[in-house]
Write a protein that binds this ligand. Structure first.
Ligand SMILES: Cc1cc2nc3c(=O)[nH]c(=O)nc-3n(C[C@H](O)[C@H](O)[C@H](O)COP(=O)(O)OP(=O)(O)OC[C@H]3O[C@@H](n4cnc5c(N)ncnc54)[C@H](O)[C@@H]3O)c2cc1C
Length: 564
């Protein structure tokens, strides 16, 4: 058991500063004390070896370790080597390197340490003003530590639910992706029973959600939960300038641009504001976030920004699109309708199914499509498998390895590097608890109400092999979520929406096209309906591209509306 799990909660968690320059270590300690001393014990030490002994000492006396900041260059051991020991002894602690600046050598060392998961962040010397250069960095590390160790004392939502039930997974996934700190309690646990008693319900119909203001919901739908958290289930009016369908990065960006430019904007989303990005542990390639940003953080900030600029949001899905004269009618999942002068479709893609016997029955009970972030704490100490060979699978493996006893990546092909970025391949090779099974397929899954084992098949092996697995994360590609559009807008054979020049056939516009001009870039075969992000045929499947496309699409929406 890791030290943090057996932590002595009566002791304040520790901060540790390691720098061979004693004055620097002491100055950093006193800066940290100024802000954090009420809740944390701050230690400074000028010997890297002594620091490792101190780390062992924290383990021995069960004192949780929250944050370690280690100078990059020290004579006895490098800061990276110290942080490797931190990861071994205190897997949840936030780690940062202390740097003189970004010299060529330091840049190389830090970027390698970041890519290998050997540090979470860095801090420059001098760090004054600490309010700008030090405290925010440390607070970010603390926020991650609090989440990883399950420390938050306050949960605005507490849910009593059966741990293995698919419905529980669905609720947890929705709450986590929408960045709501929720506590899940088993109905037969003392705290679960106490919460049911306090809420005045008997627990025969689970799940039960209890909110900080006292509201109690029995067997709530996702819409009920969204409503309780302030996201309406119905639009406030029935005529918008733009309705944006899907609130992933593309939809959020489109909503922000359109609302901030004065268009009356509605944003529809049935699952989680942030889309797929919400299931990403760390986006490292998004402009302006050199230390990376979690999809949830990005989504939550973007959502607030959209709302502040006046966009309206509704927690529901679009189920049908019709054209009536110069108006576009969207039918929603709850049966309601929205009329709009233009529509931006940004519904993204959905995971491809594995199709092996036993797998579908166990979805949410150990089998997950994506969801590596939200389920990661739940696999602590277990053996897990990931199927997939792309960057999503690689990122999931690295993230899950922080929690699981062992992670096995199963891929059909002969090499990991065919579809995965080099930095991820290196990170996986360096991780002691990740192994890769090449030329292998998952052919069955089984377990008693919850995934317990998988059957793997490798062509050269004499027969199938059964391996223990408490969780299976499937990341084998995706399919556009466009069935609801039927024949309204033209799609390619895979279901991706065709736009702009892709609709033209040797200078001839698509069938049914009613305007003299050809479709605008990002405009679909229906005038005034645009498609952006992953769902658009030929799009680049990255967050930055989706965000860029969302804002560009609004430029063309303006052109379309102005011409009308
Ligand atoms: C695990 C993982 C890791 C990734 N890591 C990175 C990374 O590190 N860097 C990077 O750049 N990219 C990464 N990506 C890719 C990136 O997340 C996507 O390219 C990006 O999210 C696409 O944005 P989008 O808005 O087009 O679609 P999505 O993010 O898929 O959002 C679509 C939204 O539409 C909603 N929706 C679907 N149907 C309907 C409907 N009928 N009505 C209303 N709403 C609907 C969905 O619920 C969803 O919220 C990753 C993807 C995954 C899965």
């Amino acid at each position: 058991m890791s030290m943090d799990r057996a932590a002595d909660r009566t002791r304040k968690p520790a901060f540790l500063v390691v720098d061979d320059d004693q004055d620097t270590a002491e100055a950093l300690r006193s800066a940290l004390c100024r802000r954090f001393e009420a809740d944390y014990e701050v230690y400074a030490i000028s010997s890297a070896r002594a620091a490792v002994e101190l780390l062992e000492g924290f383990c021995a006396r069960h004192q949780p370790l929250a944050v370690v900041i280690a100078a990059l260059s020290m004579p006895e051991m490098t800061g990276v080597e110290v942080l490797v020991q931190v990861r071994r002894l205190h897997p949840d602690a936030g780690r940062a390197l202390l740097l003189e600046g970004f010299s060529r050598r330091e840049t190389e060392l830090v970027s390698q340490a970041m890519a290998m998961g050997r540090t979470d962040s860095w801090i420059f010397k001098p760090w004054e003003p600490a309010e700008r250069n030090l405290f925010p960095r440390v607070s970010e590390l603390l926020a991650d530590w609090v989440e990883a160790t399950g420390q938050p004392a306050f949960h605005p939502v507490r849910v009593v639910a059966d741990a293995g039930a698919p419905r529980t997974h669905e609720l947890r996934d929705m709450l986590v992706r929408n960045d709501v700190a929720a506590e899940f309690l088993a109905p037969d646990s003392p705290s679960g029973q106490a919460l049911l008693d306090a809420a005045g319900v008997d627990g025969s119909r689970l799940p039960v959600a209890v909110y900080w203001r006292g509201l109690v919901q029995v067997q709530p739908s996702l819409g009920d939960i969204a409503g309780a958290l302030g996201v309406p289930a119905r639009p406030s009016c029935d005529d918008y300038d733009v309705t944006i369908v899907g609130a992933g990065p593309a939809g959020l960006s489109a909503a922000l641009c359109s609302a901030s430019e004065g268009l009356h904007t509605l944003l529809l989303e049935p699952r989680s504001f942030g889309g797929q990005a919400g299931s990403t542990s760390l986006i490292r390639n998004y402009l302006g976030f050199p230390r990376g940003v979690t999809g949830r953080q990005l989504a939550s900030m973007a959502y607030d920004q959209c709302m502040l600029f006046g966009a309206e949001s509704v927690f529901d899905r679009a189920e049908r699109l019709d054209v009536r004269g110069d108006r576009l009618i969207l039918t929603l999942g709850n049966g309601g309708r929205v009329t709009s002068r233009s529509v931006v479709i940004s519904v993204g893609v959905d995971y491809r199914r594995l199709g092996a016997p036993g797998v579908e029955e166990l979805i949410g009970s150990g089998v997950f499509y994506g969801a590596a972030v939200s389920e990661a704490p739940a696999v602590r100490g277990h053996r897990v498998c990931i199927v997939g060979a792309g960057n999503s699978a690689g990122q999931a493996a690295v993230h899950l390895a922080k929690f699981a006893e062992h992670v096995t990546i199963v891929i059909r092909g002969p090499s990991l590097s065919a579809a995965m970025s080099d930095y991820l391949v290196k990170e996986i090779e360096a991780a002691p608890n990740i192994s890769v099974r090449l030329n292998t397929q998952v052919v069955a899954a089984g377990g008693d109400g919850h995934l317990e084992h998988l059957t793997l098949r490798t062509p050269e092996a004499p027969g199938p092999e059964q391996v223990d697995a408490a969780a299976l994360f499937i990341m084998i590609g995706a399919r556009p979520q466009t069935d609801w559009l039927a024949d309204t807008v033209q799609r390619d054979d895979l279901g991706f929406i065709l736009t702009g020049p892709d609709l033209m056939d040797g200078g001839t516009p698509p069938a049914g096209w009613t305007l003299a001009r050809p479709p605008l870039p990002m405009e679909t075969s229906v005038p005034g309906v645009f498609a952006v992000g992953d769902v658009r045929g030929g799009s680049t499947k990255r967050v930055a591209s989706a965000v860029g496309a969302g804002s560009i699409a609004i430029h063309f929406v303006h052109q379309f509306l102005a011409a009308r």
